[in-house]
Write a protein that binds this ligand. Structure first.
Ligand SMILES: Cc1cc2nc3c(=O)[nH]c(=O)nc-3n(C[C@H](O)[C@H](O)[C@H](O)COP(=O)(O)OP(=O)(O)OC[C@H]3O[C@@H](n4cnc5c(N)ncnc54)[C@H](O)[C@@H]3O)c2cc1C
Length: 461
């Protein structure tokens, strides 16, 4: 008789789960999840809710199949080896993770298991391609996305997800799955598949609709991918490459892999500007302005609507993430790490590699980032990507009486127009906290003065 433990982490599903496929090839299999109170605490309200809902759905699915999910009290470095030894397992299987903490923890678990003569099996079902599979000739992750993508896109999509015939083992745990007071989110393998099916109806328009926060043009699969209620390589193979929309979508999965691979190689991606020229950048970090940004009170409607949606739901469209990140970092000259932390706490899909990678992209400090002189104009961005103003009006009821794209710049309207819409700037909607064109000039000067001592020539602004 052979026995395996499958340790579920960011792969909260049974279908297309490489670690579970591996465990189910033994005679019997025990399924375990470790409750780590510190990690749960740091997850923030929406991620915590999604995680607990997905774990509960996974437990229900395992029960339906005749098994049970054993909840163990963390830390995992102790809980997993102890559990595996107690039930006489031959192997523990899990899907890898790229953060420095996860790598430290997994190595410690592997070492402890080997002391009990229990083997470990690490697969990478949470990414399309495993870290280390896309490297330059010198053996490092390409620092330019296009180079990464060219190598990544020709690799075969092969994941060993065929399940074996193991019987489930029922084991007592020593942890209890907490109940989230706010109620469950729709977080399960079935819900993720339904979201994918829904998205497949519009996917061929993805390259046209993906920048429109007022339309349902993106998959909304980010939290599913974050917690593994769906497997990214399965998504890529279902989507395929038949149309430009499909190719554009799969390219986004490559960005996700790229940031994960970079983070695995450079754990300081989350804390250190990857371009050292910007170490000397003089951030302003004005407390009141940061609060106005967080609370959606900047006076720029597209920024305020987005920040209020983020606070209320934990989700934000990619275009809006870019707009509010540019506004914080460039218009307000606030250190990107402050924005990164705020996002990480609130986003339901908050993920260190993706979040820090994208914040560094927006700030111009990351590898292959937006050039420092690209400063998004919040008014033009609003008019271009929410042309009728529907998105903004949905989140800013105080501006609901403004027609069409007028809603993107109430401060450009005359006193009569404002009065007839019942808006008094500074009273029922804020006046802009900075003037965008002046803030742009200030940001360019700050970036240029950080670049000069580092000997980097100015590029055209
Ligand atoms: C400042 C900032 C912070 C971000 N923080 C996160 C984060 O913490 N977690 C996260 O998953 N994404 C993050 N993103 C990337 C992106 O905004 C979200 O993945 C996307 O909006 C999720 O919506 P969707 O699933 O409908 O995306 P779709 O457009 O349907 O894309 C499909 C999938 O591709 C991946 N993807 C799409 N865009 C990106 C991107 N720019 N970088 C990496 N992967 C991408 C995601 O997994 C996404 O679910 C951030 C972007 C910015 C600009």
């Amino acid at each position: 008789m052979t026995r395996a433990v499958v340790w579920f982490r960011r792969d909260l599903s049974l279908g297309d789960n490489e670690a579970f496929a591996r465990g189910s090839s033994f005679d019997d299999v025990a399924c375990a999840w470790v409750l780590e109170p510190t990690l749960l605490h740091h997850a923030g309200p929406y991620r915590r809710r999604f995680l607990l809902s997905a774990v509960r759905a996974l437990a229900d699915e395992i029960t339906l199949r005749g098994g049970s999910l054993t909840i163990l009290a963390g830390p995992a470095v102790d809980a997993i080896p102890r559990f595996a030894a107690r039930i006489g397992a031959d192997e523990v299987a899990w899907n890898g993770d790229v953060s420095a903490y996860a790598q430290w923890r997994d190595t410690a678990v592997e070492q402890a298991l080997s002391r009990h003569a229990i083997s470990s099996s690490v697969t990478w079902g949470t990414l399309v391609h495993a870290p280390g599979s896309v490297l330059t000739a010198s053996g490092s992750v390409p620092r330019v996305f296009k180079r990464f993508y060219d190598l990544w896109s020709v690799l075969p999509l092969e994941h060993a997800t065929a399940q074996g015939t193991a019987s489930f083992v029922h084991c007592e745990g020593d942890g209890v799955l907490p109940v989230d007071e706010s109620g469950p989110l729709d977080a399960s393998e079935g819900a993720a598949r339904a979201r994918l099916q829904q998205f497949l109806r519009v996917i061929d328009d993805y390259d046209e609709l993906r920048d429109r926060p007022d339309r349902d043009g993106t998959s909304r699969l980010s939290a599913d991918l974050r917690f593994g209620t769906i497997c990214p390589s399965r998504v890529a193979s279902i989507v395929g490459n038949a149309t430009s929309g499909r190719r554009a979508f799969v390219r986004q999965l490559a960005w996700r892999d790229w940031y994960a691979h970079l983070f695995c190689e450079r754990p300081d991606l989350a804390t250190t500007s990857q371009n050292p020229a910007y170490d000397t950048l003089r951030w302003r970090n004005d407390r009141d302005e940061i609060d106005a940004w967080r609370e959606g009170r900047t006076g720029y409607p597209i920024v305020d609507a987005a920040m209020r949606e983020l606070a209320a739901t934990g989700w934000l469209h990619n275009r809006l993430r870019m707009v509010v990140a540019s506004f914080l970092v460039k218009d307000l000259l606030v250190d990107w790490r402050i924005g990164e932390q705020h996002f990480r706490r609130l986003l339901v899909d908050g993920d260190v590699a993706q979040n820090a990678g994208n914040w560094q992209w927006s700030a111009g400090t990351g590898p292959d980032a937006a050039p420092y002189f690209r400063i998004m104009n919040p008014i033009t961005q609003g008019r271009r990507h929410d042309p009728n103003g529907d998105y903004v009006r949905a989140w800013l009821p105080e501006l609901a009486t403004l027609r069409g794209a007028n809603v993107h710049a109430p401060f450009e309207l005359g006193p009569l127009e404002l009065a007839s819409a019942g808006i008094i700037l500074g009273v029922n909607y804020p006046a802009p906290i900075v003037e965008h064109s002046a803030a742009r000039v200030r940001a360019l000067a700050a970036y240029q003065s950080a670049r000069r001592p580092a000997g980097i020539a100015d590029e055209p602004a």
